[in-house]
Design a protein around this ligand. Structure first.
Ligand code: XMP
Length: 326
């Protein structure tokens, strides 16, 4: 049974040298645990699973198989980055599953937020299970469990939830960052050479853009949301504010608004910009973005995303508003 209690005298990983020392120690531990056996990992591209993947590649190379499930609700460029970093740069065994149609077909017409989340979570496990069954001789399942997951729950990640696998697919767990806090995981990721944009990634819900494409998800609104989100991220980055704002994203509601485009009446989607600052996500404030920046983002979204005819900035703090809209 793995030790799930952080020793009181465990030094906080605050420097690259301490991160290197941790990596060396974990490489030895993982090799001792796994031997010449094979390990499976669900690689979402989030910070925790990415760091575990990079660490295990260092420790056991091709004995690790990563499965990246694209549920069609990723942000622009995310799955491509996972493939580029892990398959092309780190030479990982990476199985890429584009399950977009499966997810979007199942979600068609479903507008109740909790049902949407359940469908996405349940289908994720199904797709992962199918891939796991195709592979032979796997003995271990690696997970990006981190210490707050252990403190807050029973150690099973609610959002990646491969803990929901059936009984005949239960593997021994490999959880090399289970005693680390988030900032330490990021430090280890940097020391392993992962790109800054991956290691410093903002929190992103497991159901992804599914909770930001409000109501019943449609492909046209999802495409508009993804493009508008990419523009927002690009402009905030160009303004040098990426590290200044805790989380920022766009939302597309399931209602239309009127507008005028090229002299003709338009009846298209609004885009809502949501930016928050917070320490623990329990309460949040809304930063005052520079007006010219908001204007630039608005004008780019209106000109580059043809199905959007209105842009709004959400001024609601938490409470009363949650950070996400669904
Ligand atoms: P709320 O909307 O509850 O969000 O104020 C608080 C923080 O949690 C993130 N969030 C999620 N993260 N799976 C996750 O991993 C989810 O289903 C989920 N829903 C919300 C949200 O982005 C914010 O940072």
């Amino acid at each position: 049974m793995a030790n799930n209690v952080r020793p009181a005298d465990m030094e906080r990983i605050t420097t690259p040298a301490l991160a290197e020392a941790f990596i060396e120690e974990q490489v030895k531990e993982v090799r001792a645990q796994v031997g010449d056996k094979k390990v499976l990992l669900a690689l979402s591209g989030g910070v925790d699973s990415s760091v575990v993947a990079a660490l295990l590649i260092r420790a056991i190379g091709k004995q690790l198989t990563c499965v990246h499930v694209n549920h069609g609700l990723m942000r622009k460029g995310e799955s491509e980055q996972v493939i580029e970093v892990f398959r092309n740069q780190l030479d990982a065994n990476l199985i890429y599953v584009d399950a977009t149609d499966r997810f979007l077909d199942l979600l068609a017409g479903v507008d109740e937020p909790e049902r949407k989340r359940k469908i996405i979570g349940g289908e994720f496990i199904k797709v992962f299970e199918e891939e796991a069954r195709k592979l032979e001789g796997i003995d271990f399942l690696a997970q990006g469990t981190i210490y707050p997951d252990i403190l807050e729950s029973d150690g099973v990640k609610a959002h990646h939830n491969v803990g929901g696998l059936p009984d005949d697919l239960q593997f021994e767990l490999v959880e090399p960052v289970r005693l680390l806090f988030k900032d330490e995981v990021r430090m280890v990721g940097k020391a392993l050479g992962l790109p800054e944009s991956m290691v410093e990634r903002q929190p992103f819900p497991g159901p992804g853009l599914g909770v930001r494409c409000l109501g019943a998800i449609t492909r046209d609104r999802l495409a508009a949301l993804r493009e508008a989100d990419a523009i927002l991220r690009e402009e905030i980055d160009k303004a040098g504010l990426t590290r200044e704002i805790w989380q920022f994203f766009t939302v597309v509601p399931d209602m239309r608004a009127t507008g005028v485009r090229e002299g003709k009446r338009a009846y298209d989607w609004p885009v809502i910009i949501r930016c928050v600052n917070t320490v623990d996500a329990m309460t949040a404030t809304v930063p005052q973005l520079p007006w010219p920046l908001l204007e630039k983002i608005t004008s780019r979204i209106l000109s580059e995303v043809p199905t959007v005819c209105r842009v709004l900035y959400d001024l609601t703090p938490k409470p009363v508003g949650t950070i996400e809209w669904e």
